[in-house]
Design a protein around this ligand. Structure first.
Ligand SMILES: *Cc1c(COP(=O)(O)O)cnc(C)c1O
Length: 240
């Protein structure tokens, strides 16, 4: 019992500290903190610790692995939280993803768009998606190439069951967060440009970028969703 109380204090304390940092970053950028939503990243985080996070006020969870999302969603059924898929999604997992994720942040190829659209139609539910952009042009990362973004956006905007809400990126990793700034800024420029050409610019509201090490810089550059794991739940390598 004592240990659980400690964990609760720790996650709630981390959350409070992160919210302060979000507010400060918003103040520096002249933004309303209401415009930044926190996605609690739960890969490898045990159910009980996630529950503490939800009790502390986290209302969006991000999962990398669909099977894990499914299991956790069942375990946490009924709690007021929405689920975002933030990991690479195999096409053969599209059905499960549509069933257990409210948002898919990692739409990165045509085959996946086709399958998600088909599965969403069968489920009778429009699925909110973000287009993942490989902003650093890294071979090890998924995402649409920046020079293909416009045509991919046009393509997926034509799918009836996909609701394209914006962009997501995972820039190269740097020890100094400042160095990620140009990538975040470029993402913002892509968003602005898509809004200018989209027939429904009012739907394009979300820019998912920034993690534990660099979310403040991302917010200064326009992030509306920050995906935070270790700063919130603690190190993933630590033994529970
Ligand atoms: C793990 C992960 C995060 C969170 O990373 P932290 O550094 O732990 O905050 C964010 N986004 C994606 C896509 C991830 O895989």
């Amino acid at each position: 019992m004592g240990r659980i109380a400690e964990v609760r204090t720790e996650v709630a304390g981390n959350l409070a500290a992160i919210r302060e940092r979000i507010k400060a970053a918003c103040a520096r950028a002249g933004r309303d903190p209401e415009g930044v939503k926190l996605v609690g990243v739960t890969k490898t985080v045990p159910i009980e610790r996630i529950r503490e996070g939800i009790e502390a006020g986290i209302d969006i969870l991000g999962e990398n692995y669909i099977q894990e999302a499914k299991r956790k969603r069942e375990a946490l059924a009924g709690l007021p939280v929405s689920w975002h898929c933030i990991g690479r999604l195999q096409t053969n997992k599209a059905k499960t993803a549509v069933e257990c994720c409210d948002w898919i942040e990692t739409l990165d190829r045509e085959a996946l768009a086709i399958e998600l659209d088909r599965r969403a139609e069968i489920a009778g539910r429009k699925v909110a998606v973000l287009i993942q952009v490989n902003i650093g042009g890294e071979e090890t990362k998924s995402g649409i190439r920046p020079d293909e973004l416009n045509s991919f956006f046009k393509l997926v905007s034509g799918f009836d069951w996909l609701d394209v809400r914006g962009l997501m990126a995972l820039p190269p990793f740097f020890d100094q967060p400042e160095r990620a700034r140009p990538y975040f800024r470029q993402m913002r420029a892509f968003m602005d440009s898509l809004r200018r050409t989209s027939p429904r610019p009012e739907r394009l509201t979300e820019l998912s970028m920034g993690m534990s090490g660099d979310f403040e810089v991302a917010i200064e550059e326009g992030a509306t969703l920050v995906r935070i794991g270790t700063a919130l739940f603690g190190s993933r390598h630590k033994e529970e």
